[in-house]
Design a protein around this ligand. Sequence first.
Ligand SMILES: [Zn+2]
Length: 472
Amino acid sequence: MKTIIGLEIHVELSTKSKIFCGCKVDFGGIANTRCCPVCLGMPGTLPVLNKKVVDYAVKAGLALNCNIAKESIMDRKNYFYPDLVKGYQITQYYSPLCQNGFVEIGEGKNKKEIGIKRIHIEEDTGKSLYNSQNITLLDYNRSGVPLIEIVTEPDLNSGEETKEFLESLRDILRYIGISDVKMEEGSLRCDVNINIEDEEKKTRSNITELKNLNSFKAVVSAIEFEENRHKLLLKEQKNTVKETRRWDEVEKQTQVMRLKDTEEDYRYFPEPDILRVVLSEEEINKIKEELPELPKDKKNRWLEEFKLPEYDIEVLTGSLELASFFEETLSYSNNPKKVSNWIMTELLRRLKECDVELSAVKLTPKNFGKLLNLINEGIISNSAGKKIFYEMFENGGKPEQIAQNKGLIQIDDMDAIEKVIKEVLHRNPQSIEDYKNGKDKAFGYLVGQSMKAFKGKGNPKLINKVLQKLLN
Ligand SMILES: [Zn+2]
């Protein structure tokens, strides 16, 4: 038995304004405050296509290895639903902007290409909200938010594989900066089409469409639930019903939403209010040049170049911002593992504690790199380094200067060190005796006393050296 899965993915584009009007694109806020006559479909208004939406969609198409149509049109999809205020959605049906791409997933022998059938642009609908009195409320803030719909070929064969594909897709879209791709906020939404093929008996179950999948975990759970349901029905020589089912997160099962005996007839026709979308070779090439290095390419290059553990690379390439911060730091402090360790422990911890984005922090890669150099050279201690790091994280500034101001530079004047240690020895004649009698503990004790005498500013390496010299 083989599972066959294809996906329809809606991605909200993070343009400043909506697809056909100047209303702001944002998440949350007071209902019905980001709408105008155009996105409310008032009679007499005309839509104007936002050029950024086309650019973003082309960017996605190129990153997903698609052919870009130099000419495409917008179409009207007619249906009634309260959240669709115009009574039709402007989308692309006959000629999508991007076609025939792929995303590579897996490593080595398990490498596999998942086909991208098409990517088209369209407008989002409003949102229906159901309150406790069973009243439906409508919020049109989302009405007219730009979307791309990505349709895959039925190339996926399991829940885990689907998750891997979605993670790759999300990383790519985030890297190229066209969406914040947050499933929990609905800026990445995924519908799953699934059926099972019995390869021996040459039978197939009918396709079920799965909706209401709000996390990658829900996608995997719903697919696995459906796999079993379809297999069981096929075994009993029954078939599944062509239907749309929703995932119930509480019951951990799928439930029927509606039957699909016939394909809905949307009476598509070319949108008369919008001209053709025309792109020149130069425009497409310009967008191509702006594409950053994609996550997979970056990971492979880093593995070669920096010889970092795969885990580090996974974490550091988690966002383009973090990846750039890491690479830029390396140009000031060329020790990949050390830089990686500091980012993965101190920096990421601090970002989480303060609940801020890296871009909002005053710490620069240059000063971060210089700080690590000061530690490596023994000019400041590791613990002093952490204090300086916290200071730079909050208020910016140069590490050398902060170290000076806070008196954190380690004393490395040999005469001064000898003087202090001589005093320590003078105060501890018994320990000297013990040391001479071969007690290692005594040496440790003297090191501790010396460190104390330097109030944490002593360079441990030098103290050890001087102490040994004086004792012998
Ligand atoms: Zn508007």
